[in-house]
Design a protein around this ligand. Sequence first.
Ligand code: ATP
Length: 376
Amino acid sequence: RREAGQGVAAAAIDLRGVEKTFYSKAETFSAVRSLDLAIQDGEFFSLLGPSGCGKTTTLRMIAGFEEPTAGEILLHGQNMVGVPPYKRDVNTVFQSYALFPHMTVAENVSFGLERKRVDKQEIRQRVGEMLEIVGLGERGDRRPQQLSGGQQQRVALARALVNRPRALLLDEPLAALDLKLRQAMQVELKRIQREVGITFVFVTHDQGEALTMSDRLVVMNGGLLEQVGTPHELYERPATRFVAGFLGTSNIMEGKVTGVDRGIAVIDAGADGRVLVPTDRSAVGDRIAVSVRPEKIVLSRDEPAADDERCAVTGTVAEMVYLGTSNTYEVRLNGGEMLTVLEQNHSTSESTAQRGDTVWLTWRPQHSLQLVDEPA
Ligand code: ATP
């Protein structure tokens, strides 16, 4: 953040050209490739991607459990090459909370401060405050096994935060919890982060979790950065085919450009109708890929007027699923392609069409998002 009268403050965590290669007898394996990433002070930042994409390896390099094969990691402007984990101003919360079973909750939380020989009075005060923040003010005397999974997770969090690190690194901390508890803890964790105001770096493979909690996130795939941005930017403007498919549901269509007029390309997507795509880089004859989100498409039984400027394709409803607040349709276009459409049920719960009906799908050209195959 920029302070009046000062230059731009250093990022809390700055990765510059970071690579990690694992060498074994049989092979060398690139887990992280040339990663540039700046995480700002006080951000809730997530590393999101499928299993094996390099999230955990990246987190472990920030913590100092792994050294990068190449590149630099700076914490608040200081180069961390060769600095051991305990000398870095970060703490890590793992998926397995690793609480001491023979100690009470308060003893678990105070353990690190005792070892640092912090004043007894101060320890009591800081542990008390921290247990309040994580919602365990009344449970300091319990033992870990007398607590639920969610409560144990909170103890692990309190223990990591009580040392007042400048950043907290969390490796899939909610993965062991059941769905309901996980959702409740997502809200809690976000509240706690806001309250303590420190940088959180959160590893997850769950896109819903990353979208709900993050100020910003990075999507990784095969050791590479695909895209960085706010949840809104990544969902509304996915840059790559991978991001469009990994975050939410996406309809991906492909076709040759048959014309371009004032920055809008017309593509032949093999369907009856017209698919228009805003483009700043494609010309007639190029083959391009486009993503359209299911909720941007309007489904109707009427053919749009000839002078309608929206994208419009026609097909047959192959499936219709009633979901209470919404309906989803799978529509097979004349051409074979399947598109998913999400229709909100507002005042009426009557669905617009049934299985077998011929329908028209329309959307505004700006909701056709041109994708690239590989990150830039
Ligand atoms: P997950 O969600 O499954 O933990 P991830 O995105 O966190 O996945 P990483 O744990 O960072 O992935 O691993 C990235 C790749 O590096 C994987 O293919 C993994 O097998 C490999 N890898 C990780 N650690 C080592 C190691 N010590 N030696 C060799 N290969 C490793």
